[in-house]
Design a protein around this ligand. Structure first.
Ligand code: THG
Length: 265
């Protein structure tokens, strides 16, 4: 499972404050903690700072790269912010994200073309958020074929079928899961990823819903997740599901997590 640590997001109060105070040590500490607990990429998002987003995301990247070897996942809907971020990032970052929205697609297509950047392809178009698995698959098909035509390796594409809340969209859980299975079957070597906590928005015991859905999605082939790696019960569910799905040779990661005693059941 490719884990993207979600915690360095300005919409979280502690991070917004750290950015305002230019508290590099706070950002570095959170980057290190996420990396030590299994994050392969560190998401950086300064989206609440309108007009200053580029400057602040560049500062976040500098902090993260001084603290850990893991690359950043550059999280912004604004192509200009992503370009500013890539200008300071050392090594191949993950771009979060391109979508089928025309403005966003046209601006980012040339940025990622022929590079070895990892690219999250978000299943969203100018028609809004897709409801059904079929609508998700149609968008994914256009995005993936477009990226491949622009010399992005299929192994570098992470399709995000888009999770919505089951409290407002009761069918979206199953439609998302069907989309994951469809994408993983249609494109050999591709990845799927999602920000999973949206599934439980507006409901009690969100952690229970999130980790249950994680297991279900892993069973359908999901191999990436934007999550809080410090959430030990969620990470335990990831290692358990991967072992149960035969995606953990000799249960090595499951046993290592058990031995590290970090991850309770
Ligand atoms: N897909 C892609 N990128 C994404 C998302 C996605 N990036 C943003 C988001 N969704 C994933 N990142 C976060 C970061 C932090 C939180 C949730 C998702 C978070 N949530 C708390 C909650 O939901 O209760 C808020 C608590 C707080 O304010 O601290 O922290 O879907 N490609």
């Amino acid at each position: 499972m490719i884990i993207v640590g979600e915690l360095i997001n300005a919409s979280r109060k502690a991070i917004g404050t750290a950015i305002e105070n230019q508290d590099a040590e706070a950002i570095k500490g959170i980057a290190q903690a996420q990396h030590e607990n299994g994050a392969h990429y560190i998401d950086v998002n300064a989206g609440i700072f309108i007009g200053e987003e580029s400057r602040y995301i560049q500062w976040l990247i500098k902090c993260v790269q001084e603290a850990v070897k893991a690359p950043c996942c550059i999280d912004s809907p604004d192509p200009a912010v992503i370009e500013a971020a890539l200008a300071v990032h050392r090594g191949p970052a993950m771009v979060n994200s391109i979508s089928l929205e025309k403005k966003r697609y046209d601006a980012l297509r040339s940025v990622v073309a022929g590079t070895d950047l990892k690219v999250i392809a978000l299943c969203m178009s100018d028609a809004g958020m897709p409801e059904t698995a079929d609508a998700r698959l149609k968008i994914a098909d256009k995005l993936v074929n477009g990226l491949i035509q622009n010399n992005v390796a299929v192994e570098n594409i992470f399709v995000d079928p888009l999770v919505q809340s089951v409290s407002t969209h009761p069918d979206c859980g199953m439609e998302f899961l069907k989309a994951v299975a469809g994408i993983m079957t249609a494109f050999k070597g591709i990845h799927t990823i999602c920000g999973l906590s949206n599934i439980s928005y507006g409901l009690p015991h969100r952690a229970l819903l999130n980790r249950t859905f994680m297991g279900m999605a892993i069973a359908r082939g999901l191999d990436g997740a934007i999550v809080d790696p410090l959430n030990t019960s969620l990470m335990a569910a990831v290692y358990a599901a991967e072992a149960l799905c035969g995606r953990d040779d000799f249960c090595g990661n499951y046993l290592a997590a058990y031995r590290a005693k970090k991850r309770g059941p």
